[in-house]
Design a protein. Structure first.
Length: 327
């Protein structure tokens, strides 16, 4: 079986009961020199996009070796644990969660109690796809790299990743295209002892919905529907997967999901916000995407590494503790 087919997030769920976190040391553990499986993946091998409503295939049973080829980072490149620390350290805390491994948690001093990724302190713009423009000085990193997950005992937490996207979100669309929904893309791998490990289950995914007339509002956090109204819209909408190039480089990551074009939502061109070339955060995020432009900024080179298989999965319900503002 081709390793390029392993574009999985896994819909089976591991029990997260008794979730506990401990502070991490400032320097992450080195990547162990473990024997690698025979299977390899190069950056030239792309994953096919997932059809709407389709479940991901099961995770590979063996350890997978990621081979560096070309000017690109794999999403699971271990440099993700180091390259963003200078930006994020002043604004939050690195923890070792018992379920999700190494995570970064933004301080409530800077984000408040109602923080929600891709909703708080930012807005959408569009070039060839949707791009989240964050108002936080550190926002160029965790809204364009890695995955967000809600941990009941901790709150919204960021799992480092090294592949760039305008926004790592999944999309839903109503049949009449009147509402557009999005949620942070669920992680399919985590970090254990400095090494990526398949997660093997799909965490709870909270959705926000905006009427098409307000998708590009600078006050999107006041326009979007969350909580019970969003849950009702989720039942009346469908996943949106636009055909296009799949994201290459990581056998454990779901393909990058592109959102519906504004024309499909009947948004007038004059209402579509475009990225500003003067946005320093977005410029920095894009420069950080490739070793050739990231290394002069202090980033590490791309390195070959192994991705460990996930543990045996067990289903679990959505967490009893919901994010603030989403009850």
């Amino acid at each position: 079986m081709s390793i390029a087919r392993f574009g999985w997030a896994g819909l089976l769920v591991l029990s997260a009961a008794g979730c506990r976190a401990t502070p991490l040391p400032t320097t992450p553990a080195p990547v162990p020199n473990t024997p690698l499986a025979a299977a390899t993946l190069t950056f030239a091998e792309a994953q096919p996009p997932m059809p709407a409503e389709a479940e991901d295939p099961p995770p590979p049973p063996q350890q997978v070796q990621i081979v560096v080829q070309g000017d690109a980072y794999a999403d699971t490149d271990p440099s993700a644990l180091v390259d963003f620390r200078a930006t994020l350290d002043p604004y939050g805390t690195w923890l070792n969660d018992s379920v999700y491994g190494t995570v970064w948690v933004p301080s409530r001093t800077y984000v408040g109690t109602g923080f929600t990724p891709y909703l708080t302190a930012g807005h959408w713009v569009y070039d060839n796809d949707y791009v989240w423009v964050s108002d936080y000085p550190w926002g160029w990193a965790p809204f364009h790299y890695g995955r967000w997950v809600f941990i009941p005992a901790i709150g919204w937490s960021w799992i480092p990743g090294r592949a760039y996207a305008g926004a790592w979100v999944d999309w839903r669309l109503s049949d009449d295209s009147a509402y557009l929904g999005w949620a942070p893309t669920r992680p399919s791998w985590i970090w254990r002892e400095g090494m990526p490990v398949g997660l093997g289950f799909a965490p709870w995914e909270p959705w926000a919905f905006a009427p098409r007339a307000h998708v590009f509002s600078r006050e999107i956090h006041t326009r979007a529907l969350v909580g019970a109204p969003a849950a009702e819209l989720e039942r009346r909408t469908r996943p949106y997967v636009r055909p296009g190039p799949a994201y290459a480089g990581n056998p454990l990551a779901r393909p990058y999901m592109r959102g519906p074009a504004p024309a499909m939502l009947a948004v007038p061109p004059a209402q579509v916000r475009r990225p500003s070339p003067a946005d320093r955060g977005l410029v920095r995020a894009r420069q950080f995407a490739r070793p050739s432009t990231a290394r002069p900024m202090g980033a590490r080179p791309a390195t070959p590494h192994a991705v460990r298989p996930s543990p045996a999965p067990v289903r679990q319900p959505a967490p009893a503790t919901r994010p603030p503002g989403r009850r």
